[in-house]
Design a protein around this ligand. Structure first.
Ligand code: PEP
Ligand code: MG
Length: 316
């Protein structure tokens, strides 16, 4: 259809009017790199480093061990953008050497950047290993912090990353507080990447691991979309990239809405790339923005989705 004409089944992500929306891969190890490239990934939008260290035991991996992993990853994506997230320990991603198993509410506990900050030597080692791997390879390395809640944490991370040789430093937006302060937070860093899995969990107060509240874990919820829109608007104002790296980016119709809300790139499991690319190619930017307004105006997730689906059918 139109998309095939626009960029081919594995070409770059592009809207019907030619607006580029780079399509990136979420990876947890460099093993999936070749498959992602074959599916047309234009780079990596989220490299989850904690999976490299799940069986590391009670001691953190050394700088040398880490560097080896990162060199492998960056080599597989030579010439491309690779966004690496520093360790996101805690809650659904426990790491024995970094997280506290005693907490009653680990999703609200000392996790992500908070946990790293409490053990700064671990963060320093990881940033050092990343900077060294970057110097040995020629991918475009961006590094971001998970579970950032505000501006002071953003400044802390960016300052430390720069001190240790990271050229491009940003934050994940997955806690509502930082989404609401997006302009200030983005002014203090180079880019943002929205983690819709946790952003939905924290906005709807529904544990993402709990089956009994799974129906609340829906990124189509207009409250979640409003927060995303805040970040998109701030990014456009400041000229800073705003990616999406949560599961929401893998929903072909929601992907269009996210672009309409100001997302400048989308990162997803490689298996979703083909469908999302095809869907984006069916809409121009103005239509995507109109669909975003329709979703924002809905009462709940289900009606946002059905209203956008109806409007999209008419638009195409
Ligand atoms: C997210 O929270 O949306 C995200 C991308 O990170 P993770 O799923 O690893 O928490
Ligand atoms: Mg997350």
């Amino acid at each position: 259809e139109r998309s095939a004409a626009a960029s081919g089944p594995t070409g770059p992500g592009v809207l019907a009017d030619g607006t580029a929306v780079p399509l990136l891969a979420n990876l947890g190890s460099s093993d999936g790199a070749d498959a992602a490239v074959a599916l047309g990934a234009e780079g990596v939008g989220l490299f989850r480093t904690e999976f490299l260290f799940l069986d590391a035991g009670d001691t953190a991996p050394s700088v040398e061990q880490q560097r080896e992993h990162y060199v492998r990853l960056l080599t597989a994506f030579a010439g491309k953008k690779v966004v690496v997230r520093v360790l996101d320990a805690g809650a659904d991603k426990p790491l024995p050497f970094l997280s506290n198993a005693e907490e009653e509410n680990p999703a609200l506990g000392l996790r992500g950047l908070r946990a790293l900050r409490a053990r700064e030597e671990i963060l320093r080692d990881q940033l050092t290993a990343l900077a060294e791997a970057d110097a040995q390879t020629d991918a475009d390395l961006w590094v971001m912090a998970p579970m950032v809640s505000g501006v002071e944490e953003t400044r802390y991370f960016v300052e430390l990353a720069r001190e240790l040789g990271i050229k491009t430093a940003g934050i994940m937006v997955e806690i509502p507080s930082v989404a609401l302060l997006a302009e200030k937070a983005l002014a203090a860093c180079d880019f943002a990447s929205i983690g819709t899995n946790d952003l939905t969990q924290y906005t709807l107060a529904a544990d993402r691991l709990l089956g009994s509240v799974a129906s609340f874990q829906d990124p189509w919820h207009p409250a979640v979309l409003r927060l995303i829109g805040e970040v998109g608007r701030a990014g456009a104002q400041l000229g800073k990239p705003v990616g999406i790296c949560g599961e929401a980016a893998a929903d072909p119709l929601l992907a269009v809405v996210l672009v309409g809300l100001g997302a400048t790139s989308l990162s997803m499991s490689p298996s979703a790339l083909l469908d999302v690319r095809l869907s984006l190619a069916g809409f121009d930017l103005e239509t995507a923005q109109n669909l975003a307004q329709i979703a924002l105006a809905a009462d709940d997730a289900a009606s946002a989705k059905s209203a956008v689906r109806d409007a999209a059918d008419t638009a195409q």
